[in-house]
Write a protein of this length. Structure first.
Length: 48
């Protein structure tokens, strides 16, 4: 039961975070920088 509550809280926080990210689309450079950092991280992981 506690596990279900923990998973529900985790998904709730994730949806709230996604909603906030969706509202911050008026700042594209931040999102582009984040995507670039993620691509660099994934490419480094791919090369190892």
């Amino acid at each position: 039961m506690f596990t279900l509550l923990a998973v529900g809280a985790l998904f709730g926080a994730l949806f709230i975070w996604l909603f906030r990210v969706g509202r911050v689309i008026s700042a594209p450079p931040v999102i582009i920088q984040t995507v670039t950092n993620n691509e660099i991280m994934f490419s480094l992981l791919g090369y190892t």
